[in-house]
Design a protein around this ligand. Structure first.
Ligand code: SF4
Length: 314
């Protein structure tokens, strides 16, 4: 089987920093135990399992303010998706030792929101409902950040008179977001617009858009909850016009997808461990061209994470 590794793919710097921080905290005997992560540190269950093996407990659920109340002592790590100032303050008030793995790109979005909201600007935030990044961003200026995911949400929005700014989540599809930004501009012609889709997300989407056309099929390695992985599938299907599937690991590849396929493009979300993508590429390359029986799958149980030594901000 011919394989085209779509480049760039996989880990972004924000994820590498977050994982490095978590492992450094886990390896520091002076950090109070137990160590928790408030939500999935990045949206990948293999990563969460590996951190669990290192003694880090993930508390996961829809509302991080509520989740925080379940943590009764020790240390809490905030995830790369960013956290509201209220949750941060509450964690400190409760005497927890705090580490913040928020990606600098998300922090910049929070700063844009805080600065505009302080000047009386209402924020239209384009993002995905139920994802932690919008939850954190909305907490920056409670009541003044209005989440819209579709044009229907925008139509239903009734803002008080005054200035408006439009801000986006970092991991959206560039193409969908541009359509929604255009709709926002029609709705609020005076609005300042901040397209905050991060460079890592843009580069991975553009790689799929420009390189996947040469493949008969595209496989995106990533977790079901990873927004940027799901968006890569969408870009492969809608922009590159290729059949595409998201897979969690090599074990998810279905033989029927490969029938009549000669070339597979492979990419991965920014939270996907490199090892999982490599296993997919190696497996596909090992498939006989004559359609004979595939070799047995070999998955390593433990996923290696980027090493210790990154930044830490308490
Ligand atoms: Fe940061 Fe972008 Fe990576 Fe998210 S996808 S952690 S915003 S670099």
């Amino acid at each position: 089987m011919q394989v085209i590794p779509l480049t760039p793919r996989g880990y972004c710097y924000g994820v590498v920093d977050a994982l490095t921080l978590a492992q450094r905290v886990a390896g520091d005997p002076n950090v109070p135990r137990p160590i928790h992560v408030l939500g999935m540190i990045v949206h990948n269950r293999h990563v969460v399992n590996e951190l669990s093996r290192q003694g880090i407990v993930t508390v996961d659920g829809a509302d991080r303010a509520e989740l925080l109340e379940r943590i009764t002592g020790g240390t809490v790590i905030f995830t790369a998706h960013g956290i509201s100032p209220q949750v941060k303050a509450r964690a400190r008030d409760r005497g927890l030792t705090c580490f913040d793995a928020t990606c600098p790109d998300v922090t910049r979005t929070h700063e844009v929101i805080a600065e505009r909201a302080a000047r009386g600007v209402e924020i239209v935030y384009i993002g995905k409902k139920g994802h932690p990044e919008p939850e954190g961003a909305m907490g920056v200026a409670p009541g003044h950040v209005h989440l819209v995911e579709t044009e229907a949400d925008l139509q239903a929005l009734h803002l008080p008179p005054g200035p408006v700014a439009v801000v986006t989540q970092t991991t959206l599809s560039q193409w969908d977001t541009q359509a929604l930004i255009d709709a926002c501009r029609r709705h609020f012609p005076e609005a300042e617009v901040f397209n905050e889709i991060c460079l890592a997300t843009q580069e991975r989407q553009e790689a799929v858009a420009t390189q996947a056309g040469a493949a008969d099929l595209v496989l995106v390695v990533g977790d079901a909850r990873s927004n940027n992985s799901n968006r890569l599938v969408q870009v492969a299907q809608e922009i590159a016009g290729r059949p595409a599937h998201r897979i969690d690991s090599v074990e998810d590849i279905r033989p029927e997808w490969l029938a009549g396929v000669q070339t597979v493009g492979v990419t991965s979300g920014s939270s996907t461990p490199t090892q999982l993508t490599k296993e997919v590429i190696d497996y596909l390359r090992s498939l006989p061209e004559d359609g004979g029986a595939p070799p047995p799958l070999e998955r390593r149980a433990v996923v290696r994470l980027p090493g210790a030594g990154g930044r830490a901000r308490a």
